[in-house]
Design a protein around this ligand. Structure first.
Ligand code: GLP
Length: 261
């Protein structure tokens, strides 16, 4: 794992967007894993801007989102399908047939989860997976005790996750109790992981995810097992990291980061 610290949330989001753009230019038929949440909104704004101003081309790109609530229709303004359509898919030249999210309204949810995994395999696996971080330390909706080898499945949301998402549903009582999420094992099979976390509310859980022991209580800690995982932070989210000075030195000096400085 490598941790990269940028001065502020805008700088962190810009670095993530530039890494995505670089990978997409190098491989136009990139299989891109996507995440939702407030943190990712800035990344999608920047990708849309790069599409408009720098001809960033999504025409051959295939996308797979991490998760979707169970029970919400795709047109529901609180669904992740709606979030993605509005913030990215309708704003760039992605072919809608190449955009994939789990169907939270499937009659047979288990079959839907198996089919989602099969679709990822048919596309050759995910090249680059974007990840946010829930306040309980989850990636996707891999809540506490998610097996480190788990696959796409239905997961019951924890009270902390429900509270974190209550604003979108006008109160915790309206938040769906379950979601379909890629498993930790599914995420670990992606060729590259790119996690973005910003702001002081993520500082404690980032310290655990990046420098703490691996535990299924905090699914983001499993990323320490990934051969190519980059965690992009702002100073506030990095404020409780013990080796922050070392991480800063790497970004400022290592040749692989030169083009992003
Ligand atoms: C939800 C999503 C996660 C996301 C998290 C972070 O729980 N299922 O994939 O990482 O929100 O959200 P935010 O960026 O709003 O803190």
């Amino acid at each position: 794992m490598e941790a990269i610290i940028r001065p502020d949330p805008d700088g962190a989001a810009l670095l993530v967007a530039r890494i995505v753009a670089r990978e997409l230019r190098a491989n136009p038929s990139l299989v891109l894993g996507l995440a939702t949440g407030r943190t990712m909104e800035a990344v999608y704004r920047l990708l849309v801007q790069m599409h408009r101003e720098e001809d960033l081309d999504f025409s051959l790109c295939r996308t797979f989102n991490l998760d979707e609530y169970v029970g919400l229709a795709p047109g529901d303004t609180r669904s992740y399908r709606y979030y993605m359509d509005r913030r990215l898919f309708s704003q760039v030249n992605l072919d809608s047939r190449n955009t994939h999210l789990p169907n939270g309204q499937a009659a047979d949810l288990e079959a839907e989860c198996r089919e989602y995994e099969a679709k990822i395999q048919r596309c050759g696996g995910i090249d680059l997976q974007l990840l946010g971080l829930g306040q309980a330390g989850h990636i996707g909706f891999n809540e506490p005790l998610s097996a480190l080898r788990s696959r796409t499945r239905v997961k019951a949301l924890s009270p902390l996750t429900i509270a974190q998402n209550a604003d979108f549903f006008c109160g915790a009582e309206n938040v769906p109790r379950r979601a379909i999420t890629m498993g930790v094992g599914t995420i670990l099979e992606c060729r590259r992981c790119l996690l973005l976390a910003t702001g002081p509310s993520k500082a404690a859980v980032i310290a655990q995810a990046v420098e703490g022991p691996i535990t299924s209580m905090i699914s983001a800690t499993a990323l320490q097992l990934h051969a190519r995982c980059t965690v992009v932070l702002d100073e506030a989210a990095a404020s409780r990291l013990q080796a922050a000075g070392y991480y800063r030195w790497i970004f400022d000096n290592e040749p692989e980061w030169e083009e992003f400085r």
